[in-house]
Design a protein around this ligand. Structure first.
Ligand code: 9UX
Length: 72
């Protein structure tokens, strides 16, 4: 079964920023959908927790060059 997580993403200033975060998330094995709202500093990710962990999602955003905080 799938799980959904929302993440606060800081440091995005343009649409290319949010597109690169989306691409990074969609490139993770186990991520089904990822959408990033630039103006809300928010990422919404649906994933298979047997394949990818919340911490991996956070790290992918940080590796793309942004700050990420999981919304509990
Ligand atoms: Mo353009 Mo967004 O350099 O960082 S991708 S502002």
């Amino acid at each position: 079964t799938m799980r959904r997580v929302q993440v606060t993403v800081s440091g995005m200033t343009c649409a290319a920023c949010s597109n690169s975060v989306e691409s990074a998330l969609r490139g993770l094995n186990g991520v089904l959908t990822a959408s990033v709202a630039l103006l809300q500093n928010r990422a919404d990710v649906v994933f298979d927790p047997s394949i990818v962990k919340v911490e991996d999602i956070k790290e992918a955003i940080e590796d793309a060059g942004f700050e990420a905080e999981i919304i509990p």
